[in-house]
Design a protein around this ligand. Sequence first.
Ligand SMILES: NC(=O)c1ccc[n+]([C@@H]2O[C@H](COP(=O)([O-])OP(=O)(O)OC[C@H]3O[C@@H](n4cnc5c(N)ncnc54)[C@H](O)[C@@H]3O)[C@@H](O)[C@H]2O)c1
Length: 307
Amino acid sequence: MAGFLEGKNIAVTGGGAGIGKAIALACADEGANVVVADYGVAMDGSDPTSEVADAAVAEIRARGAGAVAVAGDISAFDVGEEVVAAACDTWGSIDGVVCPAGVLRERMLFNMAEDEWDAVIAVHLKGHFNVYRAAFARMRKQETGGSLVGFTSAAFTASTAQANYSAAKGGIVSLTRSAAMTAASLRMRGGPAINANCIAPVARTRMSENVPFEIETGEPEDIAPMAIYLMSDAGRDVNAQIYTVVGRRISVWNQPVELRTMWAPGDRWSPAEIADLLPSTIGQEPNPFIDDLERRMAQMAQDEAGG
Ligand SMILES: NC(=O)c1ccc[n+]([C@@H]2O[C@H](COP(=O)([O-])OP(=O)(O)OC[C@H]3O[C@@H](n4cnc5c(N)ncnc54)[C@H](O)[C@@H]3O)[C@@H](O)[C@H]2O)c1
């Protein structure tokens, strides 16, 4: 039986370790040729080595699929183009890109150094832009279109000790929705089918090792089937969605919309009128993340008290 990605050419950033590697191997098992784009760095982005990408390529080839390595830093604009060109030059097209490459530099906002902000935004957010931009430019000229699969995190909603990571992951959501809108507009004008979606995964990797509270988790291999589905012909009409994927669970996120409105009694609001009317009209939305934080902090305090 033909695989879900038979004959497709897929690039996976961060494809040498963790979730990216599990996806790269699974894509190969589903019939794809794979570009493994991995800088081979430590979790904070230091000590790059090409051995990580090369090792994954060797594993994929041993399974009988085509694979090439790009061991550059995905935050460099030209590396995005290099990754996409590797697929096009070697096999003739780029049918899907998956972007799990990532680093962590955790720090409370008030202590965060400029380079900690820059590095995380560069690898996650600009890394997505670099790959999406290069891939989209090719896909819009291919009759068969293609798929963009971004990697966000539930932390895109907010994070107490990872403001840089949270901001990057929120940016990836907006970037992906923008790509999806552009793709939809092209398709409405008779262009090829391109879809763009995000996965917010949770899986046991070095990145999730140090989370200071108990989390629902699973294995990197649990994430791969959703990435594959979104890039397959069967998933092509799914567009502009964010999916949590963890273990056996796949959940879809809501789309952001305005909820309630209040109108100025005169030509323009005064602060006093807002103070008077806001609490009894549009007020404040309950924030589930602050509620969750309260629950987790209470749990940590209990654990500490119990030794
Ligand atoms: N593991 C989880 O539970 C979890 C939870 C939420 C979100 N995520 C997201 O999923 C993605 C994958 O996470 P993971 O746990 O597999 O991480 P990981 O640390 O195991 O793997 C990340 C890979 O990205 C590569 N990489 C880092 N910087 C790079 C760069 N500049 N250019 C190219 N490659 C680079 C690394 O070499 C590594 O192979 C990340 O975007 C992460 O933020 C993971």
